[in-house]
Design a protein around this ligand. Structure first.
Ligand code: NAD
Length: 362
């Protein structure tokens, strides 16, 4: 069987979360993180989240913009010796204060910096989508394996309690067997000049950027890998979306017979949810993938999905650090990113060929 049981993944994720206790008892030190790319996500989400973590601290920065370096040095008290640019990055190997490299660059640059991070002998955490192709993911996984270091992918929803409860409801069949999933995530993208609309940098459009969240939800609710996919694409603005996809809807068949109907778009707001239809009821989230304000619901008043808000970036970085400190394998690892790219490649292939296609293998 080529397809790994996803439930093992969930177990390992839970292990990574619970190892927090072991890690706290073990070495008292916080792992030093180097942020590569100081764009919107690093500035507004990751740096503030790092300050809230138990096991991590901001140790170094890597940026191509000297003005940003000055601002971050002053704001976070980072010494000159811990500031790198894309050319001097490899010297990070000689900095014992850096344990983890967090790649927060445009998608096409993930492969290069993950592999350079591996060669520097550091653990690497990589933003989603892991890369622009399954082959890039394979090379990244191989580089990290030969470095003997951990590779984590930034699937923050897997560290968010509403999502985790939905995984449990599906896994423990609280509403009976899962039968059908409807999921989608999209938004109206602005600035037509941004890298997200350039195929070379982004690898694709809405699907690579936000459709991947809805794809992930289907995968972690079923605990399976899709075997067959059929997809359709619509472009209402062929100028703005000349290089990348604007709106895609696709269906996936899973080995147990679960069907999923999924969509993503860069053309409009309003789709940010999933519904899991089971034999004896249903549950879901709406909104499902935002940084905050998430809401879960079920068809039975006695079963509630209600949790206090968490900072997804804080919980995922702490889980990665805890796994490293406790020396247990972190999930979602590079393989998880690779499975998503295999499904994404199948979606694009189905659109190009105009027919249902099977999903590739690791
Ligand atoms: P951004 O455009 O705000 O930042 C990108 C950074 O890369 C900038 O600092 C920019 O200077 C730098 N860069 C280097 N070379 C570049 C080039 N050739 N073109 C453009 N920028 C270049 O993007 P972002 O929103 O911070 O996204 C970065 C990564 O994080 C992407 O992979 C994205 O998918 C991911 N992301 C994840 C989440 C999440 O919720 N997990 C949210 C947003 C973004």
């Amino acid at each position: 069987m080529q397809r790994r049981p996803f439930l093992a993944t969930l177990g390992a994720t839970a292990a990574a979360l619970t190892t927090g206790t072991r890690a706290q008892e073990a070495p008292g030190r916080k792992l030093g993180w180097a942020l590569v790319g100081l764009g919107s996500l690093s500035t507004h989400q990751i740096a503030p989240a790092l300050a809230k973590t138990k096991h991590c601290r901001l140790a170094a920065i890597v940026t191509g913009t000297p003005e940003k370096a000055e601002k971050w040095k002053a704001q976070y008290g980072i010494p000159d010796s811990h500031v790198y640019n894309y050319e001097t990055f490899d010297r990070i190997a000689e900095n014992p204060d850096v344990d983890v490299i967090y790649v927060v660059l445009p998608n096409s640059m993930h492969e290069e910096f993950v592999i350079r991070g591996a060669k520097a002998g550091k653990h690497v955490f990589c933003e989603k989508p892991m890369a622009n192709s399954a082959d890039e993911c394979r090379r990244m996984i191989a580089a990290m394996k030969s470095a003997g270091k951990q590779l984590g992918v930034g699937y923050r929803c897997q560290f968010e309690p509403h999502h985790r409860e939905c995984m449990r409801l599906a896994r423990e069949k609280v509403f009976g067997d899962l039968k059908f999933i409807e999921a989608g995530f999209g938004f109206q993208i602005g600035d037509p000049a941004q890298w997200r609309l350039r195929k070379k940098l982004a690898g694709g459009g809405a699907l690579m950027d936000v459709g991947i969240y809805a794809l992930q939800a289907c995968r972690y609710l079923t605990g399976e890998e899709p075997v067959e996919i059929v997809a359709q694409e619509v472009k209402t603005d062929p100028v703005k979306f000349a290089e990348v996809d604007e709106t895609i809807s696709w269906s996936m068949k899973f080995p147990s017979g679960v069907m999923a109907s999924v969509m993503t778009t860069y053309a409009f707001n309003g789709v940010n949810s999933f519904t899991a239809v089971c034999q004896n009821g249903k549950f879901g989230m709406d909104p499902a993938y935002s940084y905050d304000g998430l809401k879960g619901w079920t068809s039975k008043p006695e079963v509630k999905i209600e949790f206090p808000a968490v900072d997804h970036f804080q919980t995922e970085m702490d889980a990665f650090a805890a796994a490293i400190l406790a020396d247990v394998a972190f999930v979602p690892s590079g393989e998880e990113g690779l499975w998503d790219l295999l499904a994404i490649e199948a979606i694009y292939r189905s659109i190009a060929e105009g027919k249902a296609v099977t999903v590739g293998n690791v």
